[in-house]
Design a protein around this ligand. Sequence first.
Ligand SMILES: *[C@@H]1O[C@H](CO)[C@@H](O)[C@H](O)[C@H]1NC(C)=O
Ligand SMILES: *[C@@H]1O[C@H](CO)[C@@H](O)[C@H](O)[C@H]1NC(C)=O
Ligand SMILES: *[C@@H]1O[C@H](CO)[C@@H](O)[C@H](O)[C@H]1NC(C)=O
Ligand SMILES: *[C@@H]1O[C@H](CO)[C@@H](O)[C@H](O)[C@H]1NC(C)=O
Ligand SMILES: *[C@@H]1O[C@H](CO)[C@@H](O)[C@H](O)[C@H]1NC(C)=O
Ligand SMILES: *[C@@H]1O[C@H](CO)[C@@H](O)[C@H](O)[C@H]1NC(C)=O
Ligand SMILES: *[C@@H]1O[C@H](CO)[C@@H](O)[C@H](O)[C@H]1NC(C)=O
Length: 528
Amino acid sequence: GNITTFREEGLANVSTLLVNEETNTLFVGGREAVFALDLNNISRETARIRCQNYILFLHKINASYLYVCGTNAYHPTCDYMVIHGTNISLQGRAEESRGRCPFEPTQKYASVFVDGEFYSATSNNFLGTEPIILRSMRNPVRTEFKTSWLNEPSFVSMEIVHESESNPEGDDDKIYVFFTETAVEFEFYDKLLVSRIARVCRGDLGGKRVLQRRWTSFLKSRLSCSVPELNFHFNIVQDIFLLRRRRWQDSIFYGIFSQQWGRLDISAVCAYSMKTIQEVFSKGSYKGPVTVEHSPVKWMVYRGEVPVPRPGACIDNSARSMGYNTSTDLPDKVLQFVRDHPLMDDSVNPIGDSPVLLRRGSNYTRIVVDRVTGLDQQTYDVMFLGTDDGYLHKALNCDGEMFIVEELQLFLAPEPVQSLQLSSEKGMLYGGSQSQVVQLPVCQCHRYRYCMDCILARDPYCAWAPAAHGCVSLAEQTAPPISEKPAQTPPVELARKAQHWLQRGRAVEGGVQTHKRVGHESLLGSSL
Ligand SMILES: *[C@@H]1O[C@H](CO)[C@@H](O)[C@H](O)[C@H]1NC(C)=O
Ligand SMILES: *[C@@H]1O[C@H](CO)[C@@H](O)[C@H](O)[C@H]1NC(C)=O
Ligand SMILES: *[C@@H]1O[C@H](CO)[C@@H](O)[C@H](O)[C@H]1NC(C)=O
Ligand SMILES: *[C@@H]1O[C@H](CO)[C@@H](O)[C@H](O)[C@H]1NC(C)=O
Ligand SMILES: *[C@@H]1O[C@H](CO)[C@@H](O)[C@H](O)[C@H]1NC(C)=O
Ligand SMILES: *[C@@H]1O[C@H](CO)[C@@H](O)[C@H](O)[C@H]1NC(C)=O
Ligand SMILES: *[C@@H]1O[C@H](CO)[C@@H](O)[C@H](O)[C@H]1NC(C)=O
């Protein structure tokens, strides 16, 4: 199809992709090298540098600088990379970076770069026994080494949400961290894993006496994704994508999940609203440790007195009105409380209280989501899901039902999709396995040769253009053939009918020129 592949001598252990639309470059980090590829056609390599490293992540600092971190033979190191035109070079200011980058590539990690501050979630030692969430470069602050804070975590993702923007409460920006860890709050004969969402405030400077140079705003909650009726508990979070909207309140976190026990061949996608997340952290109860003689500590809802200002809250107008201008002003008893009660009692539940997609027979590894407006002026969140055997699924919600509208094989050999990036601006996806990188358009409308196929595809990126007698991409075809002819049967109308037929199982097999026909994924339907 329209898949462009980059697969070169020297490209191995690809771990990270960075889309840079300003310089029109896709940066690829792998073993002992960083590659710069043409974003329009990744088979064109524009530059490469060699480094003594497993490069694990690349962050954009500004138009001409990237921040690059790698394992450096068990001596984690970060450096600046300078972009001049098509040329790239390391600045040679490499510094020891324990706590910013893992010691070896198999340790899980996540990080974000925010205006000269680097937030990282990784292991602070070689053995991986000191998990840490750290801010470095400016105002260094970290988590406590306590199992109640982080218990054998497997970090997945980190995102900043600019919640200070037009915030009536004068609240602060937050950094969210997603991971799976060993639960402390459930009693079980075996190690029970649990998915978490944790967050810290950007303005947090640590405490004065208690929690010195430690987060005073570290709170975490269980990230729930389950179908209790079917006894599905998706307790392992695999990846998170933040669908950013202009108003941060409208942004949505999408996550893919799997199970620790039971049906291991089912993947789920759950979506979380900012409102739910905020309510749990800003209004919810805390859990507290209860010591019972001769038995391990139990974590129960804390019903005692909670000190003021609210432990773990950012410095907001209410705190300022009490004279607490920074976290170092906070009273000891508030800091002691948050140190001992980092876990919220309530879980963060998904939108609709259930997964948006369940899929049997595929293990999802990566997710990106694009919001598109179809010809019907409706918005669709189109999900692109990478699998552990090298496939890409394109799924969307049509009238309350989730459909996988396309399934593509990205690599010749069945390798896991380990990185997935979207450029909405270019209408392109970039996917990586350990050994190669591929590029493909978000839609391939020309594949549908007949009007009916075009409409049956239910792809909001595509529309039938009667004048051109072809299935076209809406992005490329904004003005004429379509809008000139309002009298035509609107594709939306046809799409509704088509969907109806499909649901009743009357669609003609072979009528659609897609790569593989996939039935609709009704949540509790027959596919399960
Ligand atoms: C995809 O391939 C088709 C036919 O091979 C070609 O007409 C079209 O321009 C290609 N699209 C892109 C985005 O490369
Ligand atoms: C790096 O790639 C090689 C060959 O593809 C593979 O054998 C090795 O396990 C990879 N290393 C890591 C840390 O993934
Ligand atoms: C990408 O570049 C390669 C090499 O320059 C060329 O052969 C190929 O046709 C290009 N692909 C597209 C889709 O433009
Ligand atoms: C980009 O960031 C680098 C590293 O922090 C800094 O030295 C440089 O001045 C910045 N450039 C611009 C244009 O902001
Ligand atoms: C690329 O940058 C390196 C390091 O700064 C320099 O030595 C080299 O001459 C540059 N190459 C080009 C083509 O500008
Ligand atoms: C907080 O700021 C206010 C107004 O600037 C000031 O009056 C007050 O003393 C400050 N409080 C502390 C504890 O520094
Ligand atoms: C998905 O993962 C399960 C459990 O690890 C494994 O048994 C199964 O073969 C995998 N399925 C695919 C399609 O890779």
